[in-house]
Design a binder for this molecule. Structure first.
Ligand SMILES: NC(=O)c1ccc[n+]([C@@H]2O[C@H](COP(=O)([O-])OP(=O)(O)OC[C@H]3O[C@@H](n4cnc5c(N)ncnc54)[C@H](O)[C@@H]3O)[C@@H](O)[C@H]2O)c1
Length: 405
């Protein structure tokens, strides 16, 4: 059988994350052909064009090129709307990094625009397609923890104009402290896409959130703007309660206003899944269970402690590390776009879809609305769970077969 015709793509936005994207999109996926890139700062697109042997272009040249079928929008969140809209209007399929836009109104407009033009429009993060998260999904679907009932997701960090994260160059633009880039959207986006992949659509949300200190100061004496004011114009903390349509309940806490702490636990009737930071494609997954102690083996093992007796625990809590069941365990940024390219060629639904991105965005938006009104927010959007990838742990180029369905 002849190889499928690769989908010609261009990247708009050649900043921090573009390196690994372009590395993967030019080498790992035979279904795409990376032909060009652009950036508002031409020195950035020149560097990437040179690095990957592709054309340095302007946004307008990308839109006007009839050979380019799909655009990967890697601009910062405030530019997501304009670039995605212009690319869709030029007839390109679009994949955009998280989150889809900065406002719900913009996100809905883009989804409708793509629909009216019959174009694919997918929103990253695509880590939920990584081998670790697909394995977690299979463990949940196969009933390893019985019926999933509850979860808790905590991701806190400290982003201030004086942390090491903040570059010392006077013009450095750290988007997580600008509109649409705050941790609830940025790192929170990874958790939300994965939660929806694990449990399906959300029915309603409530919570609190805001920004405890919008006016801050460059406090690093080494920074050229030391002592100057810095306005943080984004939500930096949210705490939310989520009720999924399948009955699963859980809490999220995403904040850049305190020190670093992470945990992601899913509790079921038969055990707890201990999960990893969904910014990564794989990591440690463990099954935590209260059970009887394992039988002694030959040669004799050290004495097994007697099961504790008490009001709460009768038995031994074991934690067993679980194997990865799928491919794409390494940094696979671009896998969502590659899946869209297969969706285009094979005439199927893409796993990274506008419905998923819009639904995840509404969770944050709904929690902030709940914080303002004091009422629960009934979700207005919904989405299907993306189809699981084939559970075959493969390596190298062979992994791509899992997307060709
Ligand atoms: N940095 C990360 O670790 C990371 C990881 C995963 C995903 N992301 C996502 O990827 C996207 C980009 O992140 P980043 O860290 O690379 O940001 P960045 O700020 O380093 O780069 C963004 C680039 O987009 C360019 N740009 C802005 N508006 C433009 C326009 N209208 N036309 C052309 N170019 C434009 C900027 O000049 C800049 O070079 C964001 O949506 C972010 O959420 C970032």
């Amino acid at each position: 059988m002849a190889r499928k015709k690769p989908v010609r793509i261009a990247v708009i936005g050649c900043g921090t994350i573009s390196g690994i994207y372009m590395e993967n999109l030019s080498k790992r996926f035979s279904i795409v052909e990376l032909v060009g890139c652009s950036d508002l700062l031409p020195e950035r697109s020149a560097k990437r064009a040179d690095q990957f042997g592709i054309r340095q272009m302007t946004n307008a040249e990308i839109y006007a090129d009839p050979e380019i079928e799909m655009v990967m929008n890697l601009t910062f969140p405030e530019a997501h709307f304009e670039v995605s809209r212009d690319a869709l209007n030029a007839g390109k399929h679009v994949a955009v990094e998280k989150m889809m836009t900065v406002t719900m109104a913009e996100a809905k407009e883009l989804k409708e625009l793509a629909k009216s033009k019959g174009l694919l429009f997918g929103t990253a993060p695509d880590t939920f397609l990584g081998g670790g998260w697909q394995s977690a999904r299979k463990y949940v679907d196969d009933g390893l923890i019985g019926q999933p009932r509850t979860f808790s997701a905590v991701c806190t960090t400290s982003y201030q104009p004086n942390t090491p994260k903040f570059d010392l160059s006077p013009d450095y633009f750290f988007f997580p402290l600008h509109p649409g880039g705050g941790v609830p959207y940025d790192l929170g986006g990874y958790y939300l896409h994965n939660l929806i992949d694990l449990f399906g659509p959300v029915r309603r949300v409530s919570g609190f959130g805001g920004n405890p200190e919008p006016d801050r100061t460059y406090s690093n004496p080494h920074h050229p703007k030391y002592g100057e004011p810095f306005h943080v114009d984004t939500t930096t903390t949210i705490v939310g309660a989520l009720e999924f349509a399948n009955g699963v309940l859980g809490t999220i806490l995403f904040s850049s206003d305190s020190s670093q702490s992470e945990s992601f636990l899913v509790h079921g009737t038969q055990g707890t899944l201990v999960l990893f930071h969904p910014n990564f494609y794989s990591g440690r997954i463990a099954l935590r269970r209260v059970s009887s102690a394992p039988a002694p083996m030959f040669p004799p093992q050290p004495a097994v402690p007697a099961p504790p007796e008490g009001a709460i625990v009768r038995g031994v809590t074991t934690e067993t590390e679980l194997p990865m069941l799928h491919g794409f365990l390494e940094n696979s940024r671009g896998i969502g776009l590659a899946d869209m390219a297969y969706a285009l060629r094979n005439g199927r639904k893409p796993r990274m879809s506008a419905d998923l991105g819009l639904h995840a965005f509404e969770v944050v938006d709904g929690i902030l609305e709940s914080a303002r009104t004091g009422r629960t927010h009934e979700m207005q959007t919904t989405c299907e769970r993306p189809k699981m990838l084939a559970a075959t742990a493969l390596v190298g180029t062979a992994q791509e077969f899992a997307l060709d369905d």
